[in-house]
Design a binder for this molecule. Structure first.
Ligand code: PBG
Length: 338
């Protein structure tokens, strides 16, 4: 029965009626160009290990990583982000392994750049894979609170970043949240002649519980124990502070700016992009990946659909690029034509 009386003059559904008009008014778009694939690297040969809390994610040795990189290049993914799994014997209070020129990260960088010179290689700059206490910086052994020392840590981070640049890393990504690290790293890189090495600053990195599966994957959870990172990572309650952190990293010379985690922090992504107009990146972290996988494994969510929706939402929020454990799967799906 056709209703009589007043009809809506404005019908939002008209544009949604057909595929052609939905396509014409679509604002955000996801492409392989937007994706950065994080990978966990193991020492040794021809080994892979599953990460229990991250179904579909494996820790792999360098030889196997080259196959992963080959697929990433074929799919058009611009860059990989490396995270080392450091054996317990190489961890120490002062994290000396972090700047070993023949350490796992420099060796991985050299292998990747030799085979795939066009693939961007991003390295993480922070001490947590290398410290026996699992913190991102150095601590005073005499301090019962284990406060992470800022300025002493900067020297270690500068050495670490330089060893990565010397190995050929295209982008170094300080994820430690020490004050002044971007300026210190920039000075160190420039002094070494690495003027083209980009700095991706984890500017707004929150003290999040969504990092749990990552700490299992790199084996730092046990070292950190009941410790936390509240004295350097940001309070999840804050938003203005994130803008100030990004502004400082702009002033210190960073090239790219990261918000982390992702899905619960889309408001921060939007604010950074709108208020500061800088190249803005977002990290869909391990816990976000794990929760989508867990729901899908229970038959509660459609994994592919939710994966694509979550990545598109980052683009809508203003991200220029997305670090995600789904990068490879999403790029495969985009290539198939979704
Ligand atoms: C630490 C680091 C963390 C992640 C990347 N680098 C976690 C932490 O602060 O303990 C987390 C990434 C993820 O959860 O996927 N330098």
């Amino acid at each position: 029965m056709r209703p009589t009386g007043a009809f809506p003059q404005i019908r939002m559904r008209r544009m949604r009626r057909d595929d052609f008009s939905r396509r014409l008014m679509r604002e955000a778009m996801l492409s392989a160009d937007d994706l950065i694939y994080p990978v966990f690297v193991l020492d040794g040969d021809s080994r892979s290990e599953a990460v229990a809390s991250m179904p579909g994610v494996e820790r792999v040795t360098i030889d196997r990583l080259l196959h992963v990189a080959e697929e990433a290049v074929a799919l058009g993914i611009p860059a990989l982000a490396l995270f080392p799994v450091v054996e317990a014997a190489k961890k120490s209070a002062a994290a000396e392994e972090a700047w070993n020129p023949d350490g796992l990260v420099p060796r991985t960088v050299r292998a990747l750049k030799a085979r795939f010179p066009e693939l961007g290689v991003i390295t993480d700059v922070a001490l947590d894979p290398y410290t026996s206490h699992g913190q991102d910086g150095l601590i005073d052994p005499a301090d019962p609170r284990g406060y992470v020392l800022n300025d002493e840590t900067l020297e270690a981070l500068a050495r670490q970043a330089r060893s990565h640049a010397e190995a050929g890393a295209d982008v170094v990504a300080p994820s430690d949240m020490m004050d002044g690290r971007v300026a210190r790293i920039r000075a160190e890189l420039d002094a070494g002649g690495h003027i083209h090495t980009r700095i991706l600053a984890y500017s707004a990195k929150y003290a999040s519980s969504f990092y749990g599966p990552f700490r299992d994957a790199v084996g730092s959870a046990g070292n950190l124990g009941k410790g936390n990172k509240y004295t350097y990572q940001m309070d999840p309650a804050n938003s203005d502070e994130a803008i100030r952190e990004v502004a400082l990293d702009i002033a210190e010379g960073a090239d790219m700016f990261m918000v982390k985690p992702g899905m619960p922090y889309l408001d921060i992504v939007r604010r950074v992009k709108s208020e500061l107009q800088v190249p803005t990146y977002v990290y869909q972290v391990s816990g976000e990946y794990a929760m989508l996988q867990a729901a899908a494994a229970n038959g509660w969510l459609d994994l592919e659909a939710c994966m694509m929706e979550s990545l598109l939402a980052f683009k809508r929020a203003g991200a220029d690029g997305i670090l995600s454990y789904f990068a490879l799967a999403a790029a495969r799906r985009l290539q198939r034509g979704a």
